[in-house]
Design a protein around this ligand. Structure first.
Ligand SMILES: [Zn+2]
Length: 226
């Protein structure tokens, strides 16, 4: 508890964070920021899912990985960082693609993946397992964040058509991805402590060029396949 004094939270709220279990899917750009922020908040158990290895081109933005860990699995490299930062955090690593079963036992799942195919898959797993999901995406100058409480609020498929999403793997500068990962981390914090204030039935769209932050409301689509 002493470690978290400067979080300036009530004992009850801090205790809730310490007993929370959050699965982070993707230990790359968004994942790095989310893992650092959740560790700082005092989330007690972190699941880390990623089967990619650290490459030198990741190091412009994925700050939990270092030169020494090039070639190692990202989830293992991220675990090393958490262990050195705070060995009391329980870490479970998964070096495999995310699956429905993986979500079992976690209170929240965070989408830090880099492609829409996996984002939609994760949405479907979260709905099947009734696990609250924080979604985010980032590309060049733009990002988006929303939270989903399965069967209660609009899901990714209520809002976006999977076939209309354009993949962008061109890369992104660290301040942009870190801004979006910070908002994503705040959503995890809100879902644990005060879900009414989370981005439910709405999506936050951020445009870095214009410094515009727009929240657009959506409702559950009654024809959603989920
Ligand atoms: Zn839906």
């Amino acid at each position: 508890m002493n470690r978290y004094t400067k979080n300036n939270l009530s004992k009850e709220v801090q205790a809730k964070l310490l007993t929370s279990k959050v699965l982070v899917c993707g230990c790359g750009g968004l994942g790095s920021g989310v893992i650092v922020n959740l560790a700082g908040l005092g989330v007690g158990t972190l699941g880390l899912c990623d089967f990619d290895r650290v490459e030198i081109t990741n190091l412009n933005r994925q700050f939990i990985h270092t030169n020494a860990n090039i070639g190692k699995y990202k989830s293992e490299s991220a675990k090393e960082w958490i262990n050195s930062y705070n060995p009391e955090i329980e870490v479970i690593t998964y070096i495999e693609p995310v699956s429905e079963k993986m979500l079992e036992g976690f209170d929240i799942v965070v989408d830090c993946t880099d492609n829409f195919k996996t984002k939609f898959q994760l949405n479907d797993f979260a709905l099947k397992m009734s696990t609250p999901l924080v979604h985010a995406g980032v590309s060049r100058n733009r990002g988006q964040v929303m939270s989903i409480i399965p069967h209660q609020t609009a899901c990714l498929r209520c809002i976006l058509d999977e076939n209309e999403q354009e993949e962008s793997n061109s890369g992104v500068i660290s301040p942009t991805v870190n801004l979006i990962s910070s908002i994503e981390s705040l959503e995890v914090f809100k879902l644990i402590t005060n879900p009414e204030n989370a981005l439910l039935n709405k999506v936050l769209f951020v445009d870095i060029k214009e410094y515009s932050f727009k929240t657009i409301s959506f409702s559950k689509n009654p024809h959603c396949i989920c």
